[in-house]
Design a protein around this ligand. Structure first.
Ligand code: SAM
Length: 348
C-alpha cells in the first residue's frame, strides 16, 4: 500500500497542476476577448454554478484521484505533458491556433476539414472541425495540441476524470491474471487513458482503436516503445476485434461527438466484443439534470465549441442505450464535469 506521504504528494501535485491550467484558461479567455472584443458571448438560459461550486467539485475530484492512489488502484498520475519545454511549445501552438478557431466560431457552419478531406472512407459526421480546431482530428498539429486544449478547458482535470474509470476496472480485474485479460479502449485518441492503464497494469493486453491515424501516432509516442499496446486505425462502428474477446471495453469522451444512430451502432459493437460477464466503462459529459444548477454550462458548451451532436447526447438515456445493446447497467457516478457509466454483458 502506498504511504500517506505518497498520497499527500499526489494531492499536492494535482492541485498545483489544476491551478496551473486554471491560470492558462484565464489567460486564454482574456486573449480570446482581445482578439474579438465585440464578439457576442452565448448567455445560457439555464442556471450555471458559482465559481465556488466549480472549485468545490474540482476539489472532490482531486481527493477522489488521491483515493485511487491510497487504495492501491493505480500509481500516482504520470505527468503527461513531457518535458517543460515541450509542454510550453504545445501551449504556444494552442494559443497560436486561437485566432483561427475564433474565426471558425464566427463563421459557424463552415467546415474546412470536410473540404480538405474530399471523398474518403471517413464518415461524414467525423470530418468536421470539432471544437473549431484546425484540422479537426486529422492532422499532426491537432493531435499535438489536443491534450493541452482539453486540460485548459477543464482546468487540468480531464485526465483525472478519465482516471476515475480505473476504479471499476480494478474491481473487475481483481484476482485475475493480467496476462490473460484483454482491454480495448475505443476512440482512444492520443492514448492518455491507455498510458495510465499501461502504468497500472504492466501485463494487461491493451488495444486502442481510433479513426485518426495522427492521434494514434501521438498515442504511440506518448505510451513509448517499451510497452506493447496494439493501436489500430478503425471505425468504432465496426470494431476489428473478435466476438467475446475483451474482458473490459472503455470509451471515453466520444459519445457526445456521435450522431444518435451511430452511438447505438458503436454500443452494439462494444457489447459484441465483450466476453460474457465483461465490463463496459463509459466516461463522457454530464447530461441534463445530472448536477442540478449546472445545466447552463451544458447548454453553453456546444455554442462555444463546435459540438454538433452534443445536444442530442444530452437528451440520450445512456441506461436505455446500453440495455438496448443487451448489456446490464450496473452503475452511474459523477466526476466533476463527467459521468461514468458501467455495464456488464450478461453471463448467458
Ligand atoms: C473527444 S476525443 C476523445 C479521445 C480520448 N478517448 C480522450 O479521452 O481524450 C474523440 C475521439 O473519438 C475518435 N472518434 C470519433 N468518431 C470515431 C469513430 N466512429 N470511430 C473511431 N474513433 C472515433 C476521434 O478520432 C477522437 O480521437
Amino acid at each position: 500500500m502506498p504511504s500517506p506521504l505518497a498520497v499527500a504528494a499526489e494531492l499536492a501535485r494535482q492541485t498545483a497542476r489544476s491551478a496551473t491550467y486554471w491560470g492558462i484558461n484565464e489567460l486564454a479567455s482574456r486573449f480570446a476577448r482581445r482578439i474579438e472584443p465585440t464578439a457576442p458571448r452565448y448567455v445560457p438560459q439555464r442556471p450555471v454554478p458559482t465559481q465556488r461550486q466549480l472549485f468545490g467539485e474540482i476539489w472532490k475530484l482531486l481527493q477522489a484521484d488521491a483515493a485511487l492512489v491510497a487504495d492501491g488502484i493505480c500509481p500516482p498520475f504520470v505527468v503527461e505533458e513531457g518535458t517543460p519545454l515541450s509542454w510550453l511549445a504545445r501551449i504556444r501552438a494552442m494559443v497560436a491556433d486561437m485566432p483561427e478557431a475564433q474565426r471558425r466560431r464566427r463563421e459557424e457552419g463552415r467546415q474546412e476539414v470536410r473540404a480538405d478531406v474530399g471523398p474518403s472512407d471517413l464518415p461524414d459526421y467525423y470530418t468536421q472541425n470539432f471544437h473549431y480546431q484546425t484540422g479537426g482530428y486529422l492532422t499532426e498539429g491537432s493531435a499535438r495540441i489536443y491534450d493541452v486544449q482539453v486540460e485548459t478547458l477543464f482546468m487540468g482535470t480531464a485526465s483525472l476524470m478519465r482516471r476515475q474509470a480505473m476504479r471499476p476496472i480494478a474491481e473487475h480485474l481483481r484476482g485475475r491474471d493480467q496476462r490473460d485479460a484483454h482491454l480495448a479502449d475505443i476512440a482512444c485518441g492520443t492514448g492518455r487513458f491507455l498510458g495510465q492503464l499501461a502504468g497500472a497494469y504492466p501485463r494487461l493486453n491493451l488495444t486502442g482503436i481510433d479513426l485518426s491515424d495522427e492521434y494514434l501516432a501521438e498515442a504511440r509516442r506518448h505510451i513509448g516503445p517499451g510497452r506493447q499496446v496494439t493501436l489500430t486505425v478503425a471505425n468504432a462502428e465496426a470494431i476489428p476485434l473478435a466476438d467475446a474477446s475483451q474482458d473490459v471495453v472503455s470509451c471515453i469522451f466520444m459519445f457526445h461527438e456521435l450522431p444518435h444512430a451511430v452511438r447505438r451502432r458503436v454500443t452494439s459493437e462494444m457489447a459484441r466484443v465483450l466476453k460474457p460477464g465483461g465490463l463496459l466503462v463509459l466516461v463522457d459529459s454530464l447530461q441534463w439534470g445530472d448536477r442540478p444548477g449546472w445545466d447552463g454550462l451544458l447548454e453553453a458548451f456546444p455554442h462555444r465549441f463546435h459540438e454538433p451532436y452534443y445536444r442530442n447526447y444530452l437528451d440520450d438515456d445512456l441506461g436505455k442505450l446500453v440495455e438496448g445493446a443487451g448489456l446490464a447497467l450496473t452503475c452511474e457516478a459523477q466526476a466533476f464535469m463527467a459521468k461514468i457509466v458501467t455495464a456488464r454483458r450478461p453471463l448467458a
